[in-house]
Design a protein around this ligand. Sequence first.
Ligand code: B12
Length: 215
Amino acid sequence: MSAQEMEKLKEALLDLNKAGVLEVVSATATTADLQAAKLAVEAIAGALQVVGKRFQEGEWFLDELVYSGEIAKQAMEKLSPILCDETQPTQGCVVIGTVFGDLHDLGKDIFINFATSAGFKVIDLGVNVSVEAFTKAVLEHQPVALGISCLLTPAAGGIPQVIQDLVEKGVRESLKIIVGGAALTEKFSLEVGADAFAPDAVTGTDIIRAWSEGQ
Ligand code: B12
């Protein structure tokens, strides 16, 4: 993938031109060239960084954020068969889910897109995830980080339950926990024992990248 094609891909995503994005990634996917797929992911990640900044600065709103996330997700789905070569080094594994009782997933999925684009292998547990399912996935995948999303205030009490269960199973110390979603604040998140709260997917990805790099 040439620098020009990367720029075209980035511009198409920032123009919310889904057909344009899918045209470029489909062409890349047919080559089955790992290097080209990585450059495509780099272009998508670069565009998503810009999207996140536009959103943080109030230049773009929810519609654009959600739609750009959806386009990126579809693009990543086309590229993932080439990228899923487990012999390639990645930033590590992250387990993510929405807390029990909560069915919101748009924000979680945007974070997944950002994390995937940043090179993480993401295990998505979906929504309405029980304490047992979070713990089982942590024991099975031994991730760098566990991400929990929560948009409903009545469901937020599920977060300390997950953390407590990880403590009881003796695995709390071996991973970092990051939480996000409109129902949470940094104060609450740290009080219940999470390592970090992310107000948005860009910040969340920056945090897990720093953890993965041992910072
Ligand atoms: C869309 C929406 C829905 C959709 C969800 C569709 C879906 N597939 O997700 C539907 C219609 C299903 C829905 C249902 C309900 N909803 Co609703 N919903 C919303 C709404 C309007 C937008 C949420 C959203 O997607 N935001 C967009 C994303 C991009 O933002 P985000 O989730 O915050 O995610 C960003 C960051 O927070 C962060 N992030 C999120 N998760 C994570 C996780 C990690 C690990 C990290 C690092 C970062 C991160 O990254 C994201 C991108 O930057 C909000 C309003 C609001 N202000 O949030 C209400 C809202 C969340 N809903 C609300 C309610 C009450 C409900 C219902 C109970 C309504 C009802 N009476 O049935 C049901 C609950 C169903 C259930 N059990 O979950 C309330 C919750 C109030 C509260 N604090 O408890 C809100 C706040 C609306 C309100 N003002 O009253 N809802």
